[in-house]
Ligand binder design. Structure first.
Ligand code: GLY
Length: 248
């Protein structure tokens, strides 16, 4: 397992390991020693693939688990879904020492993260990103949000997770389209901050070629992002470099 320490205002670790999904229970137990209940938020694509293993591992570590599934896609990242999550999580009986787990891509992470930032004025939050884009970007750095009619990510917070668990094996089930979406972000890190990474990607030549190095590639991207976020947690200067390629 590779570990990165993110020394933001609320410090946390990023744990990266193939097969880590089966260890989320023990990892969450270490990061959230006082939590009894965990609300796991996922989406309709991820549910049949990874929810069973995740919930099993969490229950094995003694957590009481309730799962909340949203429809996959950006359209779910809205105020209505957020209120539904708040209400259902309170009905589950969550307290301030309990936590929310985001199992999925950026939509799930942003919505669940904003729920965590606001429920009971803030509860612990664990990111388990399952897309490449979420593994190398959105799960790290604490930006959480919903979309408004006025635009994307316009209501949100900086709410750092208590832990990020990355299992690169989850990437095997991504469609080529979604994998490429994440690769654009990986290549971005090479362009803005790391020539060696860029050259490694160039040599890989294909999805299968990158997958052979994926643990190292994800680690490198998270390490680059971690450094920028620690320097400019609230996105007022250096962090804007990460938006290269996000906004045309
Ligand atoms: N996704 C860019 C950032 O976290 O700042």
């Amino acid at each position: 397992m590779k570990t990165l320490a993110v020394n933001t205002s609320r410090p946390y670790e990023i744990q990266i390991e193939r097969g880590a999904l089966d260890r989320v229970g023990e990892l969450c137990r270490q990061a959230l020693p006082r939590a009894r209940k965990l609300a796991v938020v996922t989406d309709s694509n991820v549910l049949p693939l990874y929810l069973g293993r995740t919930a099993e591992s969490l229950k094995g570590a003694g957590f009481q688990v309730q799962c909340f599934t949203i429809q996959a896609g950006e359209a779910s990242k809205n105020a209505e879904q957020l209120v539904l999550l708040w209400e259902k999580m309170m009905a589950f009986g969550m307290t301030r020492t309990d936590g929310i787990v985001a199992l999925g891509g950026g939509v799930v992470g942003d919505l669940a993260g904003f729920a965590a930032a606001t429920l009971l004025r803030g509860v612990d939050f664990v990111q388990i990103p399952t897309t490449l884009l979420a593994q190398v970007d959105s799960s790290v750095g604490g930006k959480v949000a919903i979309d408004l009619q006025a635009g994307k990510n316009l209501a949100g917070a900086f709410w750092q997770p208590s832990l990020v668990i990355i299992d690169p094996d989850c990437l095997n089930t991504l469609t080529d389209r979604i994998f490429s979406d994440g690769m654009a972000e990986v290549i971005k890190y090479g362009c803005i901050l790391d020539r060696e990474l860029f050259e490694l990607l160039d040599r890989c030549g294909s999805r299968a070629g990158v997958m052979e190095h994926m643990e190292e590639v994800v680690y490198t991207c998270c390490d680059l992002k971690r450094r920028v976020v620690v320097e400019d947690e609230r996105d007022t200067g250096a962090r804007q470099l990460l938006n290269f390629g996000h906004t045309i």
